[in-house]
Design a protein around this ligand. Structure first.
Ligand code: FES
Ligand code: FES
Length: 158
């Protein structure tokens, strides 16, 4: 089955084999920010934005993305300019191996887009599905609060 969707601002056509997942497609398309972790919806390493909501790409069957919009970290940063959340993660020392970091950034970006008040509790809730084996959560939460509270007070994008 051929499907069509938007990936990082570009219209894409892809063959969807029965049972194939969005994670398999993205990895085969060299979208390396999306990590292959548990493959069972438990680690959050494969988090992407699907119509601006954070989802685990390993749980999304390819045929269900037809006509939808997918964003990965590749659309938010370049080698020259990092996303504000990435800058604050670096500033706070919230990155060690970095395996979980793209997923965390996208979960936080989804929270920012919801437009609700940014508090420590909803930042922790947003990161609930993103497991980190290295840094833990204190520094990522601190970095997220630094970026998102700034963003919500200025009304700008994070
Ligand atoms: S690889 Fe998808 S949640 Fe772990
Ligand atoms: S920084 Fe290594 S898994 Fe989170």
């Amino acid at each position: 089955m051929t499907i069509q969707f938007e990936l990082n601002g570009h219209l894409v056509q892809a063959n969807s084999l029965p049972g194939s997942t969005l994670l398999e497609y993205l990895r085969s398309d060299e979208i390396h920010s999306v990590k292959h972790g548990c493959d069972h919806g438990e680690c959050g390493a494969c988090t992407v934005l699907l119509d601006s909501r954070s989802v685990n790409a390993c749980l999304i069957l390819m045929h269900t993305v037809n006509g939808r919009k997918i964003e990965t970290l590749e659309s938010f940063s370049t080698h020259e300019e990092l996303h504000p959340l990435q800058k604050d993660f670096l500033h706070e020392g919230a990155v060690q191996c970095g395996f979980c970091t793209p997923g965390m950034i996208l979960s936080l970006e989804a929270l920012d887009r919801e437009g609700s008040e940014i508090k420590e509790t909803n930042v922790r809730d947003a990161l609930n599905g993103n497991l980190c084996r290295c840094t833990g959560y204190v520094k990522p939460v601190k970095a997220a609060l630094a970026t998102l509270q700034k963003s919500s007070s200025t009304g700008g994008d994070s």
